[in-house]
Design a binder for this molecule. Structure first.
Ligand code: BEZ
Ligand code: MG
Length: 585
């Protein structure tokens, strides 16, 4: 409701900020259905994908992003500046919208029946004065990607694989970050760990870490002394080591390359150049990372020990400060400088997802304890997955911020249960070992402007763009049974963020309940397509209420109970018929 007592400027500021948030949701690349093996993407999805791909600079190919070229052609500031300032400046917002509109029409023209490279290039020249020779290379690259997105040999290649024939290899990864993954249906290969972090990953990470630490400074008034960081294998494959680069930067070191361009050591950034304290980093590494990136594990360990050994004052070297504190408490230097924790050798995952989804916990401490039980194996110099529970408890007791780098346009923090099992599990474990819940941030490097968001902000964005977005659930419902199961997984994974990190607002559960259960037509549709998943969804919402994560209105609870009763009857009917049929009755 408009508040007449608010000054007009304040009202304008709020409207602008709101508008910018809506734009962010609108522009996000949202999967609108599942991949069907063997089936190429539809034309509209391809246009969205190409727009996103065109929004990134491609230094390796020697051309700038299309929004970058358009903004320059129009004489506007850099597109990143337009994005960054559009929440506070009406002029920047209009400029950003104009750039986005021109990009949209150029891609439409590129893909239209009567369009093509020349037509799109002349549109760009006409509307934003980009010389056609500048835009043509990017447009040719995009049209080639479109062609590759439109073909799909997955079934043929699977048949060849089953016959034991040779399958051509190709890189794995995220299409936006590495378009060379096309065509699909090849034998995915991963990464050369000695190339990690790549120069591009390292350069990008400087901005990311700057933003992360600025956000911490704004919210806490000082730098965090210790950050607990989740590092996964897949992300570091896809980004050529952005997570690793970010961790090195936090500690204030840069990768050092040998004569063969292999990253084998680190160099210390002098404090005068760094301009801030060295942050202590406690690493939680996935089993996959441990297996794939042995040399990178050594690198991270070497970095932590080098930084701990620097003769620097405690107020500018938090790692050294904490190592010395632990030594004063009787710990050996080697133990006190241990920062790498993962599963026992040959073991994977935290099992927090199974505990949470299965409802196998009474007190949240059990979640954090399970996390530590699974992850308290130390790696690094002289350590090869040795059990180190006390060390990990101690390390976690200093953590003020938990963090993970998100790298992937297709999988967000509610798409799979692994994000909450890791980042949520870590946050829960830290909360119990410190006086207060740590601040949790994720880096979203999916958009052309690197963004640091709090966990709560990320959950809101994720839920608005997926579970509460008719475009998203419409796409899922086209898959019938599996689509409803997918919707239910998202609800459960959202619940996982309540259980582990208390990161889900009340309104989120209310809106989910309204969308899927209170809406009678939708409830019936779900129940027809997949009654089991629909029942689980309703039960999960009731569990959220029962565990105190959601203060639901009584009328909504009544709807949920009613829906469950109907589903039970329906399922009993079905099961009854099935069992009678199986008994030949
Ligand atoms: C990983 O890439 O390291 C990873 C993937 C899925 C779950 C956990 C970790
Ligand atoms: Mg899994």
């Amino acid at each position: 409701m408009a508040d007449p007592t608010r000054p007009a400027e304040e009202r304008d500021r709020i409207v602008l900020r709101l508008y910018e948030q809506l734009l962010e949701i609108e522009q996000r690349l949202i999967p609108t259905g599942m991949h069907v093996f063997g089936r190429p993407n539809a034309q509209t999805e391809r246009a969205d994908m190409l727009r996103m791909i065109a929004s990134f600079d491609r230094p390796e190919m020697g051309f700038r992003s299309l929004p970058g070229q358009i903004a320059a052609g129009l004489g506007f500031p850099e597109y990143q500046v337009l994005m960054g300032e559009s929440a506070t400046s009406g002029e920047r917002l209009l400029q950003r919208e104009l750039v986005d509109a021109i990009l949209r029409s150029a891609i439409e023209k590129l893909l239209a029946e009567d369009g093509g490279i020349e037509e799109a290039a002349s549109l760009l020249a006409r509307e934003s004065s980009i010389p056609t020779e500048d835009s043509t290379r990017m447009l040719a690259f995009l049209i080639d990607l479109d062609r590759q997105l439109g073909i799909n040999h997955e079934v043929d290649e699977l048949m060849r694989a089953l016959r034991g024939e040779y399958i051509e290899p190709g890189p794995g990864g995220d299409l936006v970050q590495n378009p060379k993954i096309l065509p699909t249906g090849r034998n995915t290969h991963a990464v050369n760990p000695y190339a990690v972090p790549s120069r591009v990953a390292f350069q990008k990470s400087q901005e990311t870490i700057g933003r992360l630490l600025n956000r911490c400074l704004e919210e806490r008034g000082r730098y965090p002394e210790t950050i607990g960081m989740v590092i996964w294998g897949m992300d570091n494959i896809k980004t050529q080591g952005e997570g690793v680069a970010q961790a090195l930067l936090l500690m204030g070191v840069v990768p050092k390359r040998d004569g063969m361009n292999r990253v084998t050591d680190v160099e210390i950034i002098p404090l005068e150049t760094l301009g801030r304290p060295r942050i202590d980093v406690v690493f939680v590494l996935s089993g996959i990372f441990r297996d794939l990136f042995g040399t990178t594990m050594e690198l991270l360990d070497k970095a932590a020990r080098k930084v701990a050994g620097l003769d620097e004052p405690p107020e500018v070297n938090f790692l050294r400060k904490h190592v010395q504190q632990a030594q004063r408490e009787g710990m050996s230097w080697c133990d006190a400088a241990t920062r790498l924790f993962s599963n026992a050798p040959g073991n994977y995952g935290t099992n927090v997802n199974f505990m949470v989804i299965g409802g196998h916990w009474d007190r949240t401490e059990q979640i954090g304890d399970l996390f530590v039980t699974r992850k308290c194996f130390a790696y690094g110099r002289g350590l090869d997955g040795d059990p180190a529970r006390t060390l990990m408890d101690k390390a976690l007791s200093r953590v003020e911020v938990t963090y993970q780098n998100l790298d992937n346009a297709e999988i967000g923090i509610t798409d799979v249960d692994h994000y909450f099992e890791y980042l949520g599990g870590l946050t829960q474990a830290v909360e119990q070992r410190t006086v207060e819940r740590p601040a949790t941030y994720v880096c979203d490097s999916l958009s052309p402007l690197v963004k640091i968001r709090s966990l709560n902000e990320t959950v809101r964005l994720e839920v608005r763009t997926k579970l509460l977005n008719p475009k998203w659930y419409g796409g899922m419902l086209k898959h019938g049974f599996s689509g409803v199961a997918e919707i239910e997984h998202h609800v459960s994974n959202t619940f996982g963020w309540s259980a582990t990190a208390g990161a889900v607002d009340d309104w989120i559960y209310s809106e989910i309940a309204n969308t899927y259960v209170v809406d009678e037509a939708m409830r019936q549709r779900l129940a027809e397509l997949n009654p089991h998943a629909t029942r689980s969804l309703a039960q999960r919402l009731l569990e959220a209420h029962g565990r105190g994560f959601w203060a639901a209105q009584q009328s909504v609870l009544d709807h949920l109970h009613n829906a469950l009763d109907k589903l039970e009857d329906h399922l009993e009917g079905v099961n009854g018929q099935a069992s009678r049929a199986s008994q030949g009755l």
